[in-house]
Design a protein around this ligand. Structure first.
Ligand code: NAD
Length: 256
């Protein structure tokens, strides 16, 4: 399948899952606009190998004005955003009574409100061209809860609700909107949680195995590239009737 002449904007794609998705879409021929913090030069150099047009925009997606600036940049550089992957996300783990108010606000802004802003900015062009794919990287935590993750679980449940509404509002068009719900993926976001266990006295291997064993029956991490392949499928014509779905890839987490 080729995504030649399509442009994909992937938020939070300077590391982890977003970078894995960007890699798969670039290999399928898409132009890619990377977004996220940190030095993007290695990611840019790698993706340029696949002979696509690749750029980076450093918008902080907690700020709607910066998201608008990123879409204006995408229009100027590529002429369109055909595929939007709302992926940027952060985590904070604390019991609800101790949850820092600023962390709550940041998680809702980055993990949930940015999905609304990106979608409202992408949809007019997608409708005008009558083709588009919006893929929201939610989480198993969009479908079930876990202790210590009040803001994250609330935001991800919100993303799945938003996905359903956009799936319905675009149902008679060639624009689709779906969510993917990963289980554990070994990225910096999850490494932080493993590090907390190590700080509490666990050995590194044990900390990783325990984290998996508690939730993920396969006891193996999902990889960013596997998630990228699912995004690629959702971009295909074969997936044109997958609408408003929340599709888990979680090593069996939600089967329990
Ligand atoms: P990560 O920390 O490796 O990457 C997060 C990316 O988002 C980075 O590129 C970072 O620069 C960017 N980012 C963070 N705040 C930003 C902001 N304000 N503006 C713009 N970019 C910002 O995390 P990850 O594990 O790859 O997570 C990616 C997505 O996948 C998140 O939405 C996360 O909730 C979701 N997810 C992750 C897992 C997992 O196990 N890692 C599981 C389920 C869902």
């Amino acid at each position: 399948m080729t995504l030649k002449h399509k442009t994909a904007l992937i938020t939070g794609s300077t590391s982890g899952i977003g970078l894995g998705i960007a890699r798969v879409l670039a290999q399928a021929g898409a132009n890619v606009l990377l977004n996220g913090f940190g030095d993007a030069s290695a990611a840019l150099a790698e993706l340029q190998q696949y002979a696509t047009q690749v750029r980076h925009h450093g918008a902080d997606v907690s700020d709607p004005a910066q998201i608008e600036a990123m879409f204006a940049y995408a229009e100027a550089e590529f002429g369109a955003v055909d595929i939007l992957v709302n992926n940027a996300g952060i985590q904070h783990v604390a019991a609800l009574e101790d949850f820092p108010v600023q962390r709550w606000d940041a998680i809702i802004a980055i993990n949930l409100s940015s999905v609304f802003h990106g979608t409202r900015l992408a949809l007019p062009g997608m409708r005008a061209r009558n083709w588009g794919r919006i893929v929201n990287i939610a989480s198993v935590h969009g479908l079930v809860g876990s202790t210590g993750k009040a803001a994250y679980v609330a935001a991800k449940h919100g993303v799945i609700g938003l996905t359903k509404v956009v799936g319905l509002e675009t149902a008679t068009t060639q624009v689709t909107c779906n969510a993917i719900c990963p289980g554990w993926v070994l990225t910096p976001l999850v490494q932080q949680q493993i590090d907390q266990r190590i700080a509490a006295g666990a050995e590194a291997d044990q900390a990783r195995d325990d984290l998996l064993a508690e939730k993920q029956p396969s006891r193996q991490f999902v990889t960013p590239e596997q998630l990228g392949e699912l995004v690629l499928f959702l971009c295909s014509e074969a997936a044109s009737q997958v609408r408003g779905a929340a599709w888990n890839m979680d090593g069996g987490w939600l089967a329990q």
